[in-house]
Design a protein around this ligand. Structure first.
Ligand code: 5AD
Ligand code: SF4
Length: 469
């Protein structure tokens, strides 16, 4: 007899297995990727194991993104399919719980339950440490919506990641150090969905980094919506910026590489630029979005810098670290963007010469100042501009890859390749590189010579094999 289980007579008993499986689908940026791993941690301590097979999951969690339009619609159509799956499961007497997390959860809240009543839990990016609790409550039958900004620090309440889990996740890892944004670019929902800037304290970050490294991680990417705005009180009561944090993390024995993303040009201070010159552990790669090359549009976007200021900054960064690869984000068709404004964007791309980039058509986000602007650019013009911009950016990306051929570089061996005997590594410039190596070498950094380029990756041979040849 089990005295603790009560079922109302109207309800069908459902079988709840001892070990539950969770399938997490992640949309959007790297911060969501990190959040998904941390939600996985919170659930692991509740007995959930992750599965890659949606069909065998007892809990399906959608970690959603709200940055561009249609994101919410995509989530609702995914939820429609999950509702059918849940019904089919119930007919078999098996449980399926459905959770919505991330920025759509934050923005839509209760609305999600109204439109998709099969959802059990809606949890915001600031509250996912309360996910196990929410699931327990929802199991009582009533859906739970928890998107209040947490007063407590969620990271204090999450269990430290299990070392076995870190190992399984590989030799590169993300570590969120900062969340939210105070910049209020007029096109962007982030300040509304993720809230204002919050920096994690130094000790929390260092502890997490040490744990990652002790579990086999060699490369850490520090994450934040505005990561270079990270700040905290240093050990002697002084102010620390991101550069100080990088120097501190560089002291961790066994850590081989550091990166950070995403940065705002206004927060690239002198010390951070010097760190690119002096700190070998800091990889020569920087994602520094400019969005547009037109001063008029930059002003309308509230970016608070001009094209010339951005170019001067790029010069200083390149002087400090000549081999740095630059990456950026661009928006075409912001309201009021003329042909000339767009030409200015192409011009700044030519001037900078990017190693990689992301470009998007402007998408109206309700609640942002951009949504109130009247002179919206028509869809065909946006599409045509995006095509031209992407052709230029793709050419620069291909030229950059080609320029790597013949170079001898350090390669961090990351995961098995598609062919037996091949391993995929990561170059200092964040490219995937295929090389002949043993999977037992994963985690090592080896010298290789780049010998060719593929559509999305490079080919290399171990540099040692060249010796004496
Ligand atoms: N429309 C199109 N692109 C956007 N981004 C942010 N908001 C929008 C929007 N409303 C792009 C920016 C940003 C990247 C993460 O997404 O380029 O840097
Ligand atoms: Fe959005 Fe601008 Fe903040 Fe980036 S800096 S998250 S684009 S508001």
């Amino acid at each position: 007899m089990n005295e603790h289980v009560t079922l109302s007579p109207a309800e069908e008993p459902v079988t709840i297995p001892n070990t539950r499986k969770v399938f997490i689908k992640t949309y959007g940026c790297q911060m969501n990727v990190y959040d998904s791993t941390r939600m996985g941690d919170a659930l692991a301590s509740e007995g959930y194991v992750a599965t890659e097979e949606m069909g065998e999951a007892d809990l399906i969690l959608l970690n959603t993104c709200h940055i561009r339009e249609k994101a919410a619609e995509k989530v609702y159509s995914a939820l429609g399919r999950l509702r059918d799956m849940k019904k089919a499961r119930a007919a078999e007497g098996r449980e399926l719980m459905i959770g919505v997390a991330g920025c759509v959860a934050q923005a839509e809240g209760e609305e999600i339950i109204r439109r998709a009543p099969s959802v059990d839990v809606v949890i915001g990016p600031q509250t996912y440490h309360r996910l196990p609790d929410a699931l327990r409550k929802a199991r009582g039958g009533k859906p739970v919506v928890d998107t209040e900004y947490a007063v407590e620090d969620k990271f204090d309440h999450l269990p430290a990641t299990d070392r076995k889990l870190i190992r399984a996740r590989g030799v590169t890892a993300f570590l969120t150090v900062q969340e939210g944004c105070d910049k209020f670019c007029t096109f962007c929902v982030v300040p509304y969905t993720r809230g204002s800037e919050v920096s994690r304290p130094i000790s929390q970050i260092v502890d997490e980094a040490i744990r990652l490294v002790e579990s086999g991680v060699r490369e850490i990417t520090l994450l934040g919506q505005n990561v270079n705005a990270w700040s905290a009180e240093g050990p002697t009561g002084n102010d620390w910026g991101l550069a100080d944090l990088l120097y501190r993390l560089a002291e961790i024995p066994g850590l081989a590489r550091l990166r950070y993303t995403t940065s705002h040009p206004r927060d690239m201070d002198d010390r951070l630029i010097e760190a690119h010159r002096d700190l070998r552990i800091l990889m020569p790669y920087l994602h520094l979005p400019v969005q547009s090359g037109s001063d008029r549009i930059l002003k309308a976007m509230n970016r608070r810098h001009t094209g010339a200021e951005y170019l001067a900054l790029i010069d200083r960064i390149r002087n400090a670290r000549p081999d740095i690869a630059l990456s950026g984000d661009f928006i075409v068709g912001f309201p009021g963007e003329t042909d000339q404004d767009f030409e200015d964007t192409l011009k700044i791309v030519e001037d900078v010469n990017y190693a990689s980039a992301f470009s998007f058509k402007y998408s109206t986000r309700p609640g942002t100042p951009g949504a109130d602007l009247t002179d919206q650019v028509v869809e065909e013009v946006k599409a045509e501009r995006l095509e031209r911009l992407q052709a230029l950016l793709l050419k620069q990306q291909a030229d950059f890859a080609t320029s790597c051929v013949g170079k001898t570089i350090d390669l961090l061996l990351e995961k098995p390749g598609r062919m037996p005997g091949q391993v995929i590594g990561r170059s200092p410039w964040l490219q995937s590189v295929n090389v002949d190596a043993k999977t037992s070498q994963i985690g090592e950094i080896i010298r290789v010579r780049i010998i060719g380029t593929g559509p999305n990756s490079l080919f290399a041979e171990p540099a040692e094999s060249l010796m004496g040849a």
